[in-house]
Write a protein that binds this ligand. Structure first.
Ligand code: TGC
Ligand code: FAD
Length: 394
């Protein structure tokens, strides 16, 4: 058998993909090469969210690609993962746009909404004509969303929301916010059109990473909603956590995309640059970096693919997602930093991607559950003992 065309693919992992999966990956790769890669360094430098890219992502079938609701294309989990890797090979901020829209906001509507809510929002969101955001985190409730303070109170036939959310991706450009709030029956989800009086979103800036996406502080000041704003299918934290599972799954692939790009840039540079009369790639210390990184890339892709196959088979458990989210983001950061060193001084120029990827990935390691939180989820799975509080009560 011919070796895989990708130099890092030592184990020919590409052979584990079907022809259809490889064709889909090519489609996404071409989309990224045409619509993202040429512009992304400039967007990052200017901290510019390319709003105009969102309908293009929709036309390419990349928004809510793995959902089956109205307007969605029902792609497999593996296809969704392959797309996340290609997008994040360009920039984590672009993959984040797709995650927030598709895996978080659209998943909440698809899983927990009424038919009328799905018809109202999903086709426009899949097309990128409407934008959604997902508001779970609060200023005082990050890793521990169970401590959220935002509340929804019955108000005649409807509801009134009070509270504040923080770090909400796309909130400044969104048409609808999926807001999680405390009610008498527990935590519930609400569809809040962002034009509703009392809803405000203020960008958090300047940011040191993820500069091609936007996050905001959101205030909900007596936001009045009709009764049909409630997502009826979710009560309790299981609702938002089910959406997080989707985004975390995409992240384990995406991080490997960023790492693959950084590795490729480093290898290409090492094979072109001479010092002390030799190619940089000829130094044993450089080869050590390239080999160590390639091994982790291969392991990370195997984790992502195995997880994707389990997800497509319908047997994936939440803690299995933590394996990939924790491992792949952590290793991707190390790979990107090592790649940066191979570039020497050039690695500090915005012209080259490895350090941009590394700073982006610092945000990625923090959102969707920090390294510490995923370690504790896995610790609980391995021992049966929750260790989320200092006293060990939960
Ligand atoms: P716990 O008692 O463990 O569970 C409460 C209920 O939820 C269920 N559950 C899950 N369901 C589905 N998927 C999961 N992963 C689930 N984890 C838990 C659980 O079965 C239970 O259900 P029920 O029916 O019995 O009530 O809840 P806890 O409060 O003790 O949770 C602990 C912990 C630390 C695991 C959880 O709080 C956690 O994951 N914290 C991290 C918060 C986080 O990840 N926030 C992300 C915000 S969104 C974001 O960052 C977007 S970034 C943009 C992008 O994605 O690109
Ligand atoms: P904290 O929870 O205050 O954590 C601080 C430190 O304490 C961390 O190191 C953490 O691991 C550690 N820690 C916390 N609890 C424990 C524990 N039990 N044991 C050991 N260590 C612990 N949220 C949304 O709802 N929607 C979004 O779209 C969104 N997008 C985001 C985009 C970006 C760029 C960022 C940075 C964040 C985003 N978030 C979003 C919020 C994100 O999910 C939170 O930042 C994250 O969950 C961590 O919460 P925190 O920042 O409050 O940190």
């Amino acid at each position: 058998m011919e070796p895989s065309a990708a130099p890092h693919d030592l184990l020919d992992l590409d052979d584990l993909l079907s022809d259809g999966e490889r064709a889909w990956r090519e489609h996404v790769r071409r989309f990224v090469a045409e619509h993202v890669t040429p512009y992304v360094a400039d967007w990052f430098e200017r901290a510019h969210l390319p709003r105009e890219l969102i309908p293009e992502l929709g036309r390419a079938g990349l928004l809510g690609a793995h959902l089956h609701g109205p307007g969605c294309t029902g792609r497999s989990a593996v296809e969704y993962g392959l797309a996340a890797a290609e997008l994040e090979a360009a920039d984590s901020g672009i993959r984040t746009i797709v995650s927030v829209q598709g895996s978080l906001a659209m998943t909440a509507i698809d899983r927990f909404g009424t038919d009328a809510q799905k018809e109202a929002w999903l086709p426009g969101m899949a097309a990128g004509e409407l934008v959604g955001c997902f508001a779970l985190t609060e200023p005082e409730a990050g890793s521990d969303p169970a401590s959220m303070q935002t509340r929804a109170e019955p108000d005649g036939d409807g509801w009134v929301l009070h509270g504040a959310k923080r770090w909400i991706g796309l909130a400044t450009v969104a048409d609808v916010a999926v807001v999680w709030a405390r009610t008498a029956e527990g935590i519930r989800g609400f569809l809040v059109p962002t034009a509703t009086p009392g809803f405000t979103a203020t960008p958090i800036e300047p940011k040191l990473g993820l500069r091609t996406s936007v996050q905001a502080d959101v205030v909900l000041d007596a936001v009045r909603l009709p009764g049909d704003a409630l997502l009826p299918g979710a009560t309790g934290l299981r609702g938002p956590f089910t959406c997080l599972d989707e985004a975390r799954y995409g992240i384990m692939w995406g991080a490997m995309g960023a790492a693959r790009d950084a590795w490729t840039v480093a290898r290409d540079h090492a094979l072109a640059r001479h010092q002390f009369g030799s190619l940089v790639a000829a130094f044993q210390l450089t080869q050590q970096k390239l080999v160590d990184a390639a091994l982790e890339l291969q392991k990370g892709m195997m984790i992502a693919l195995r997880t994707g196959r389990l997800k497509d088979a319908g047997s994936l458990r939440p803690e299995q997602i933590s394996v990939g989210k924790l491992n792949n983001v952590r290793e991707a950061i190390d790979i990107c930093r090592a790649a940066r060193t191979v570039l020497g001084g050039n690695g500090m120029s915005a012209e080259h991607s490895p350090l941009r990827h590394a700073t982006n990935l610092e945000a990625v390691r923090t959102y969707e559950g920090t390294d510490e939180i995923h370690t504790l989820i896995l610790g609980r799975a391995l021992t049966g003992i929750p260790a989320f509080t200092a006293g060990g009560a939960r």
